[in-house]
Ligand binder design. Structure first.
Ligand code: NAP
Ligand code: MG
Length: 401
């Protein structure tokens, strides 16, 4: 059988621990037997990040801008324990943070739904994709604890040196706390465009919500920017695609989300996205079944699993013990990237292969073959718990192209 050709390379970002082990197995068992794989390889494993003073992370993000599509393995974000474990020169920053800053992207997280694993909200029969605006608000705040007798004001100095003052609170009756937040029109606009582009891409509605009735300037600005960009750039494209943009208040949104069947993109302000993504992920069953894609406003895509490097399983693996680590989200990162590459290059066979790979994963689990994390959740009868490698072999057997 002739292998499927690729016109343009993918940017491949290798990573750490158990997911690095799985990464190689996925390539060997599920990709290279079928595809004449072309990648530009970057080793984002912590050892190599340390050797390159983290330059490799920056290079991989620049390459992603050049080629348009990347697939990334989970990576360690160093903390104090990792400094010793890897004898690091510095506590390198989160690679995902570095890549996101360079691509100016928005992260979309989508659960993979299989029969036998019922969401805690049983009406959620289709995935809810959460898009989190990963800039500003409370994550870049300035806060103070103040004593009784303090008068707190918001002071702004414009480019000409003119001051505008506004009273926050006069703490004449108590000690208290204050907080200053900001966001940028530019960042909000990028967020809006990423959401609208991803909606067109995946043919799903976009919901966006804020608290503009209470926050008449701050949250209202988000609402206005989304509305202006939608009107000017996306309204017709959405109509042609048969999808909608829907704005409501955040409390109305959560009520509607619970009553919904899923199948849309929920664009969230930074804090809402932080909180709601954990709620949605848990409700769908497992972090190991959650995919993640970073989409830049100019249409660059980086695919990965939402979970981390599964450190505990890796240490078992190092001791020679058997592991049953779920590779589904990492496989879907590969299939997502290959599909996008195929779409951009006009290689229909590559798109078909991505579909076939995902279908094989789903049928493996729906036929009762799964890793331990899913076996604990699945209601399927005669299920069989397999180890990390067996699961991939079972998927490989089911790939039909
Ligand atoms: P984690 O790797 O997501 O794993 C946490 C726990 O969730 C695991 O111990 C395991 O539970 C379960 N789990 C997660 N993924 C699984 C899978 N594919 N199959 C089976 N079980 C799975 O999070 P962590 O242990 O907090 O973080 C480990 C490292 O990952 C850290 O160094 C962190 O910096 C990094 N991280 C990277 C990314 C990224 O690159 N995007 C994201 C998050 C974390 P049991 O142990 O109970 O089986
Ligand atoms: Mg969170």
């Amino acid at each position: 059988m002739a292998k499927i050709e690729m016109k343009t390379p993918l940017v491949e970002m290798d990573g750490d621990e158990m997911t690095r082990v799985i990464w190689q197995m996925i390539k060997d068992k599920l990709i290279t037997p079928f595809v004449d794989l072309k990648t530009e390889y970057y080793d984002l494993g912590l050892v190599h990040r340390n050797e390159t003073n983290d330059q490799v992370t920056v290079d991989s993000a620049e390459a992603t801008k050049k080629y348009g599509v990347a697939v990334k393995c989970a990576t360690i974000t160093p903390n104090a324990a990792r400094m010793d474990e890897y004898n690091l020169k510095e506590m390198w920053k989160s690679p995902n943070g570095t890549i996101r800053a360079i691509l100016d992207g928005t992260v979309f997280r989508t659960p993979i739904i299989v029969k036998g694993i019922t969401p805690y909200i049983p009406t959620w029969t289709k995935p809810i994709t959460i898009a989190r605006h990963a800039y500003g608000d409370v994550y870049k705040n300035t806060e103070m604890q103040v004593k009784q007798g303090t008068k707190a004001e918001l002071v702004c100095t414009d480019a000409q040196g003119n001051e505008t003052r506004s009273l926050i609170y006069d703490f004449s009756d108590s000690d208290g706390i204050i907080q200053g937040l900001h966001n940028k029109d530019k960042s909000i606009a990028s967020f809006a465009r990423s959401c609208f582009n991803f909606a067109l891409d995946t043919k799903q509605d976009v919901w966006f919500a804020s608290k503009d009735t209470i926050s008449k300037k701050y949250d209202h600005r988000f609402k206005d920017i989304f509305a202006e960009i939608f009107e000017a750039e996306y309204k017709e494209k959405f109509a042609a695609a048969g999808i909608e943009y829907f704005y409501t208040l955040i409390d109305d949104a959560v009520a509607r989300v619970i009553r919904s069947n899923g199948g849309y993109i929920w664009a969230c302000k930074n804090y809402d996205g932080d909180v709601m993504s954990d709620m949605v992920a848990t409700a769908y069953g497992s972090l190991a079944m959650m995919t993640s894609v970073l989409v830049s406003p100019d249409g660059v895509y980086e695919y990965e699993a939402a979970h981390g490097t599964v450190q505990r399983h890796y240490y078992k693996h190092l001791k020679g013990e058997e592991t049953s680590t779920n590779s589904v989200a990492t496989i879907f990162a590969w299939s997502g990237a290959l599909r996008k590459r195929g779409e951009l290059d006009g290689t229909a066979d590559l798109v078909k292969f991505a579909d076939a790979l995902e279908a094989a994963v789903i049928s493996t689990i729906e036929e009762g073959v799964m890793t331990g994390d899913l076996a604990a959740l699945s209601s399927i009868e005669n299920k069989r718990k397999v180890n990390t490698e067996e699961f991939l072999d079972e998927v490989a057997k089911r790939i039909k192209i």
